[in-house]
Design a protein around this ligand. Sequence first.
Ligand code: GRF
Length: 202
Amino acid sequence: AKVAVFVSGTGTNMAALLYASRLPGAAYEIVLVAANDADAGGLQIAATEGVATFALSHKGMSRADHDAAMEKAALDAGAQYIALAGYMRILSPGFVQRWEGRMLNIHPSLLPQYTGLDTHARAIEAGDAHGGVSVHLVTEELDAGEILGQIAVAIMPGDTPDTLAARVRLAEHQLYPRVLGDYVSRGSDPRHLLERLRALAL
Ligand code: GRF
């Protein structure tokens, strides 16, 4: 399957997805890494690794126009799926609807707990035993789509949001490639297609 990855920042999850895609038997390839910031570190990694990149700042543009340009770049690259990996923009409803069931996101909490920002600080503050990470389908409601996979990460005494984030990041890098690979494989599995047809017929 062909996947476009959207990033805004350092892109360590994008890199984990990319290197996993180079393992023998990988179920997906990354056809584009796109960012809303030309300085996003993820773009440099992708370019150095020979992956096509696209960058367009959202500043001074309407959300609809920016989304349309990002979507066109993904489609021009032949993407069948979009993986959001630290993409810090909310996508417009039309975009989300067109990619329904074909757009995934990684979120650094055990959803449905702690949607939104500052997840690690909130988990520590609450005295939780675990933080963690979730990969989910993107729907219009923020961080609320079907959860495809999770890893819990124990919170250690003395953890700060930064130390916890660093360990959760290790779990993220394990989780995202596995879940994305399994998900796109499901999409082309005839048994799964049959199940979906049956569900539609009901
Ligand atoms: C990760 O913590 C991810 O869960 C969140 O944004 C961060 C992106 O980090 N959505 P990176 O750019 O992949 O290193």
